[in-house]
Each structure stands twice: as structure tokens, then as C-alpha cells.
Design a protein around this ligand. Structure first.
Ligand code: GDP
Length: 318
């Protein structure tokens, strides 16, 4: 029997790396689309294609003939989208149309299904009035990032109506040891590990009252795989349904290394506050739970502790 084939954009990122490992473990031949060179691993072919190269994307889809296409690539932060709005629209919006069109073309020429999973985002909801959000919450983005993701989201619906098994996972914040330290979670766990080791003594943060619906990234990757392999294509909110503050995260992280009086290590820097932090986004994962049998492996405390453990081990090995 021939191995199933998967194509993954954004394969070098947090989610892409977990997904690639998962697909290899599932016995897939994986084609990983990356922007800059990475070291190849067993079962993975690397393709350096920029998401603005729409012809290149089309050729890649047609040439690799995947059974499953996971579109995870693109700009990964709202802040970055404000400094590069046009590029954001191209890589997180227009590229998705190129990929969808190529999938439909491939499906028609091979006469067998080509499935697609779009990594959508809670940012498509902008400043919703309903909380928690569901798959029925109106799409009203308020940033270039949200607008690009909304275009992609609508495009998936268009191609679904044209016979493509195309699904979206509407992802809320999801964290792991593979998060870069530009995100507050990893910044906290890395600094806490370093404070515990005696190599630094303070953690400089912005708004401790900011809240997010934070989940465990490998669980979110599992939801994407379940969605693409489900009989019917659909949209799924992938979230925990619970919000926690930066302060909660900090307290659990310090407690895990045996520091209870964490306040003396934290410096609140007004320069790190964001002007107008956005409306709190909390997702209702009920549809994914009921339809896909999706469950989470790490609650909030376990998530924080796993990230701290990783950073403590990294420092010990250094
Ligand atoms: P995102 O804004 O949801 O993409 O994720 P971040 O991890 O960058 O930020 C989450 C929240 O933490 C935001 O509301 C920030 O205002 C807040 N925050 C507080 N201190 C910091 C900090 O030092 N760095 C970052 N990145 N965020 C911080």
C-alpha cells in the first residue's frame, strides 16, 4: 500500500513542527513548505517556497499530489500585521486562494479527494459581543491580520461549496516550549527558569491583568488532524473555553520552581503595555468535542508547568 501524502505550510513553526512529527508517526510522507532552509528529518521532504509565490504553491500542490493539505503558514502576530499589512494579506489571505484552487484542480485531475485544513484564528471575530464565541459568531476582524485570516476563512467556504473537503480550525492562543520568547508565556517560563537557576533576578512584564484563552499547542494540532480526517468538512473552534491572566501564569510558573513570593522578582514596565489591549477572546470548543471527540491533555496548570520544566531542563543542559 502506498503511504498517504501530506503537504504542510508553515512547517517550521510551532504548530507545523508538532504536526509534521505527528504525520510522520501516522505513516505519512510529509512535504514541508518552509520559507528558509531547515534540516530535513526522516519521512519529510523540504520545499523552500514563499507564500507570496502563488505559482510556486500551485506547482507544489500539483507536483506532490497530497491527500491532506494543512495550511499553517503566514504571519503569526497581529502586531506584525500592522507593520506589514500588504504582505500579511498576501501570505495569510491570497495564498490560501492559490492553494485551494490548486487542491480543486488536483482533485479534479486525479478523480480522488484532496482535503484541506486551514489554520484559522480567533482574530477573525475582532471585538465580538458574544462570549464565548462559537462557529456562528459573526466575522468582523479589526486588524490586517484578522482581515487576511477572514479572507482565507471565507475562501475555504467558497471551495467547500465547490466540492472540496476544506475545513477550518479557528485557533485561540496555544502555547508550548516551542513558542518564541516574543510571546508572554515563553518569556515568563524562560525567565522563571533562569531566576530559579540564580542567573537572573527579575522578570520584566507589561499588563499582568491581560487575559487569554491559552491552550496546549500539540492538542490544537490534534484537533486539526481530527478535523481534516472527519467525514464532513466543517469549521471548529479550538479553544479551552477558559481565560487566565498573565498574573495567574506568572504565579503558577514561580510556584513550580518553589518561589512563592514571586512579586519581588516581577517588574511591571509601562513601556510593555499595549495601547488598547483587545477584547478578551474566549472560544467554546463544544462542537470540536462533540463532533471530533477532541479532548485536551493539559489544563492550564499542566501547560505552565510543562513549559517551565522544559526551560529548566534547557538551562541545566546548557
Ligand atoms: P497575543 O497578543 O495574544 O498574540 O500573545 P502575547 O503572548 O504576545 O500577549 C498576551 C498578553 O500578554 C497581551 O495582552 C500582552 O499585553 C500581555 N503581556 C504582558 N506583558 C507582556 C510581555 O512582556 N510580552 C508580551 N508579548 N506580552 C505581554
Amino acid at each position: 500500500m502506498t503511504r498517504p501524502v501530506a503537504l504542510v505550510t508553515g512547517a517550521a513553526g510551532q504548530d507545523g513542527s508538532y504536526l509534521t512529527e505527528r504525520l510522520v508517526a501516522d505513516g505519512y510522507a510529509v512535504h514541508a513548505v518552509v520559507r528558509s532552509p531547515v534540516v530535513a528529518t526522516d519521512g519529510v521532504s523540504i520545499h523552500e517556497v514563499d507564500l507570496t509565490d502563488h505559482d510556486g504553491l500551485r506547482r507544489l500542490v500539483l507536483g506532490t499530489a497530497p491527500d491532506e493539505v494543512y495550511n499553517l503558514g503566514g504571519i503569526s502576530s497581529v502586531a506584525q500585521s500592522w507593520s506589514e499589512p500588504v504582505r500579511t494579506a498576501e501570505v495569510s489571505g491570497v495564498a490560501v486562494l492559490a492553494i485551494l484552487q490548486a487542491c480543486l484542480e488536483l482533485q479534479q485531475s486525479l478523480g480522488r479527494p484532496v482535503r484541506l485544513l486551514q489554520a484559522s484564528s480567533a482574530e477573525i471575530f475582532g471585538e465580538p459581543t458574544d462570549s464565548p464565541q462559537t462557529e456562528a459568531t459573526p466575522i468582523r476582524p479589526v486588524s490586517p491580520y484578522g482581515a487576511a485570516k477572514a479572507l482565507a476563512h471565507h475562501a475555504v467556504h467558497v471551495y467547500r461549496a465547490h466540492g472540496l473537503h476544506a475545513s477550518t480550525a479557528i485557533l485561540y492562543n496555544h502555547e508550548s516550549p516551542r513558542r518564541p520568547t516574543t510571546f508572554v508565556t515563553r518569556k515568563i517560563t524562560r525567565t522563571v527558569a533562569s531566576i530559579a537557576a540564580g542567573s537572573s533576578d527579575s522578570l520584566r512584564l507589561g499588563n499582568l491583568d491581560a487575559r487569554r484563552d491559552w491552550g496546549w499547542a500539540p492538542d490544537y494540532v490534534d484537533a486539526m488532524v481530527r478535523a481534516i480526517r472527519h467525514d464532513r468538512s466543517d469549521d471548529y473552534i479550538v479553544a479551552t473555553g477558559h481565560a487566565h491572566s498573565v498574573r495567574d501564569f506568572v504565579a503558577i510558573a514561580f510556584a513550580h520552581v518553589g518561589i512563592d513570593d514571586w512579586e519581588r522578582h516581577v517588574v511591571v514596565d509601562p513601556g510593555l503595555f499595549r495601547p488598547g489591549d483587545p477584547t478578551l477572546l474566549v472560544g467554546d470548543p463544544g462542537h470540536a468535542r462533540r463532533t471530533l471527540g477532541w479532548t485536551t491533555s493539559h489544563d492550564f496548570q499542566a501547560l505552565v508547568q510543562a513549559m517551565v520544566d522544559h526551560d529548566v531542563a534547557l538551562l541545566a543542559d546548557a
